[in-house]
Ligand binder design. Structure first.
Ligand code: GLC
Ligand code: CA
Length: 530
């Protein structure tokens, strides 16, 4: 794959469709809403949009419980709306990536209805059914990611079925060849409609231990954590045979031109990189969530970037993520000043950046009153702060009622700052975070050093994180102050340069001599040797 491949150079923008733009006043975002906002996405400079699931679903997990892999839920629109969306996206040079949820279906999916109808049904083996232990208890100690046993007793056929998430999300049996064939056909259904790739949900979960052995206890478990952490997930996920499945999915995409396979994988680095597959035959981009999981500390992040770069297989393309619909927003985590520094980090690292909608307008911490809670995880394990509603609140488009998101009652409350923090206002404000995002994206597009250039760390101490990006004769120095005190950074020996961009608005292009002072919470990009 050449360096120019769109998913290497480009920027992915994640849309949580319920919360982007409502077009019919029911308070829930939809496909026509997304279509109305394509001009905004093109203006911002996104290259691709990834849309969280839009398939028919009872919405027990807001679309991650799929009842039909080849349709559109009426809440989001119709297949015709989808075709129109993809056509208009492509007309603006925007690629469209769908979320694919292969690990589990909805319990309302006809396949599961058949599977649970009798022990001899031809689809019985499409799901994971096991006998109870002699005392009637579940087959092993596996815990659901949303709390409680991962096994649900089925009275009618007197067996347990396995669900890694809600009991309304039974896991498919990916050791079954018919399941694989049916799912690959679903991929082709969308690829034939012009979809440019998939983000595959919990891809490391697809294969479970063939013997269903108990997971070992986690000695570090604390009661403040989600219950799943009581055990170390040795046998319930990340099994060697999963790579065969990932390779087959990749093979389906290879039947088409320039499609991308992104895998959602929460694993330590050395396990994560195995998902590139042998000779890069696996996922193009195994999602790298390390920035979400690492403390906001210059030395820790510097070490992490080195570790990641070193762990990548030869030719494996890196990628970086700051947030998504399952993780506290970056603005909530590190505050508005550092959120600007984070934007510069994301858009100047080597590798494909994935942005999360709303981060570009600086949505921060949003309190969701208990009576407004929607996320099933919050309801299953309340009070631990596990709920994902705060990062799913509606986008703010303008200063009108409900931020222009809906003319009705929004399904989740908006960030109360929406009247002063909306795309329309920030767009015209040269000092806004939105302007910063747009300029960073523009710079990345104009300078191959930032998109495909080499990465080299610059040795620093304290709160400064500094690195160089290089391509041809171009050398760019990125220096980020992750602290709240000014810091001085000497330029590399003999070098001088020119400031290209600061995360703070009041600093213009200026020559830089032997050293540069970074103000509190400031990040800068310097072109060296010019
Ligand atoms: C993934 C999704 C998350 C969902 C879960 C189960 O982690 O990102 O939102 O709840 O899978 O499908
Ligand atoms: Ca709607």
């Amino acid at each position: 794959m050449p360096e120019t491949t769109w998913w290497k150079r480009g920027i992915v923008y994640q849309i949580y469709p319920r919360s982007f733009q409502d077009s019919n006043g029911d308070g829930i975002g939809d496909l026509n809403g997304i279509r109305q906002r394509l001009d905004y996405l093109a203006w911002l400079g996104a290259d691709a949009i990834w849309i969280s699931p839009i398939y028919p679903s009872p919405m027990a997990d807001f679309g991650y419980d799929v009842a039909d892999y080849c349709g559109i839920d009426p809440i989001f629109g119709t297949l015709e709306d989808f075709d129109r969306l993809i056509e208009e996206a492509h007309a603006r040079g925007l690629k469209l990536i769908l979320d694919f949820v292969p690990n589990h279906t909805s319990d309302q999916h006809p396949w599961f209805q058949e599977s649970r109808s009798s022990r001899t049904n031809p689809k019985r083996d499409w799901y994971i059914w096991r006998d109870a232990k002699l005392d009637g208890s579940p087959p092993n100690n596996w815990i659901s990611n949303f709390g409680g046993s991962a096994w649900e007793w089925d009275e009618a056929t007197a067996q347990y079925y396995y669900h890694a998430f809600l009991k309304e999300q039974p896991d498919l049996n990916w050791r079954n060849a018919e399941v694989r064939r049916a799912m690959y056909d679903a991929l082709r259904f969308w690829l034939d409609r012009g979809v440019d790739g998939f983000r595959v949900d919990v891809i490391w979960h697809l294969i479970k231990d063939a013997e269903f052995r108990d997971n070992p206890p986690n000695p570090a478990f604390q009661a403040s954590q989600a219950e799943i952490n009581r055990f170390i997930q040795v046998y319930s996920a990340d099994q060697p045979e999963v790579h065969e499945v990932v390779g087959e999915m990749r093979g389906v995409l290879e039947e088409y031109r320039e499609r991308v396979l992104i895998g959602e994988i929460y694993l330590p680095l050395e396990r994560l990189v195995t998902y590139y597959g042998k000779d890069l035959s696996g996922a193009h981009l195994p999602f790298n969530f390390q920035l979400i999981q690492t403390a906001w500390n210059a030395q820790k992040i510097a070490a992490l970037i080195n570790e990641y770069e070193a762990a990548l297989p030869e030719g494996g393309w890196p990628n970086w993520v700051l947030g998504n619909h399952d993780q506290p927003r970056i603005g909530a985590r590190i505050g508005p000043q550092q959120a600007r520094v984070a934007a510069m980090l994301l858009l100047t690292l080597r590798g494909t950046p994935t942005m999360y909608y709303g981060d570009e307008i600086g949505i921060g911490k949003v309190e969701i009153p208990p009576e407004a809670a929607q996320d099933p995880w919050e309801r299953n394990e309340p009070g631990l702060g596990l709920g994902r509603d705060p990062e799913r609140t509606p986008m703010h488009w303008d200063g009108s009622a409900q931020g222009g998101f809906t003319s009705g009652k929004p399904w989740l409350p908006l960030d109360p700052h929406f009247r002063s923090r909306h795309a329309e206002g920030l767009r015209n404000d040269t000092g806004s975070i939105l302007t910063l995002y747009r300029r960073l994206i523009e710079l990345r597009r104009q300078h191959p050093a930032l998109s495909v250039g080499a990465y080299a760390q610059v040795k620093t101490e304290g709160d400064i994180l500094a690195y160089e990006r290089q391509h041809g004769s171009e050398r760019l120095l990125v220096a980020l102050n992750l602290g709240h005190e000014p810091q001085t950074l000497p330029l590399p020996a003999g070098a001088s340069g020119r400031l290209m961009l600061s995360t703070l608005p009041d600093r213009n292009e200026e020559p830089i001599g032997a050293q540069v002072v970074l103000r509190a919470d400031e990040g800068i990009i310097i072109a060296l040797g010019v």
